[in-house]
Design a protein around this ligand. Sequence first.
Ligand code: ADP
Ligand code: K
Ligand code: ZN
Length: 432
Amino acid sequence: MIWSTKETLDREEIRLIQTKKLKQTVQYAYQNVPFYQEKFKEAGIVPEDIQTLEDLSKIPFTTKDDFRNHYPFGLFAVPKEKIIRYHASSGTTGNPTVVGYTKHDMKVWKECIARIVSMAGVTYHDTAQIAFGYGLFTGALGLHQGLEKVGAAVVPMSSGNSKKQIKIMKDWGVTALIATPSYALHLSEVAQSLGLDPVTDLKVKYGVLGSEPSTEAMRTKLNENWGMHAYENYGMSELGGPGVSGECPALHGMHINEDYFICEIIDPTTGEVLPEGETGELVVTPLFRQATPVLRYRTKDITSLDSSPCDCGRTTMRMSKITGRTDDMLIISGVNVFPSQIEEVLLSTEGIGSNYLITVSKKGYLDKMDIDVEVTDSSLLDSASSLDNLLKIVQERLHTVLGIHPTIHLVEPLSMEASKGKAVRVIDKRKE
Ligand code: ADP
Ligand code: K
Ligand code: ZN
């Protein structure tokens, strides 16, 4: 089902809407956020220089660092009284990136999600279980509100407690699962381990999945294990959360909500805009976010764009599956983790040395992180209680910063291979 007539406009009409909203957005950001006034001044431009979509490339990029440097509310364009919600994603070294929502922003967010879940086939007939973690993370509440908008019955399970997830799915007749692809696969195995065949014993028909990269092989497996149609969607907290784009049944990329987002592809090295079809870094300009307007946000995600007609009847541009990132951010079961965050914790913990190695792998379908790290004094390893104590401290601090539970292996001082040249700190076995 196509939720909105905005998804089937002529390309020319879409461009007209984008042009009009872009001009408003630029004026608004400039007038209300000193950060943009400075940026424009540095670039030698004024808002009036932006008259067409082609002019967009004159505007300097915004980055995650800009959010961090203006923590918490420096990029906000409205006073607190207008904010009705905050969300945030984890930051590299302490400061998360904070976004706010006005009533208007919330309405737009719901609309974008309503379109995406409708693309996946979810309607008011469905019961949708949300197995994303609720909290500051945008995934759970974002999907929640959009699903309510289409009238689906929402089951706000949050993540974890897998056996209970399966029980509720079975007892309550859940038909749509909202999760990361890896957790969705894991849940299918939990169901099997309980003696159930999800295909016949459960009714889950749709998977609305996102927050981490996945492959066609994963989709095939998900479809087989659940007897479902697995669709992915894309977004990020700095852009307001999920809702940027999502897959339709034709499975030729994710349709972008183009009346709310302008997408460009740039060469990540030169910053130059690349022609449609070429692969590069995705840059997104949300069209008119009131609380936290953002101009040309560098996502670091690698993809390409395609505006050719789609079999589903939608005319909106599609972005291909994300094939990687331009930075070293790891996505561990949907949670963003920078190796620098781990290093920061390790180096600031007494008794912990500076040589470490992060290994990311799969345990079943779930992501698993192991950290080998040297201690500074081998006597720490001799006593079980001091070892236990140190392990506990590191584990708790990492959990506070990262929101995940890596397994820590403390080893003898100078027992790990020292780096010759650029240290290899991360081994990602998921890519093998
Ligand atoms: P989200 O709720 O989308 O996970 P975050 O801000 O926590 O929001 O993380 C954003 C990052 O998650 C993106 O920059 C991208 O790297 C990754 N991501 C989100 N959706 C997808 C997807 N469908 N495929 C691949 N990566 C994704
Ligand atoms: K993520
Ligand atoms: Zn389509």
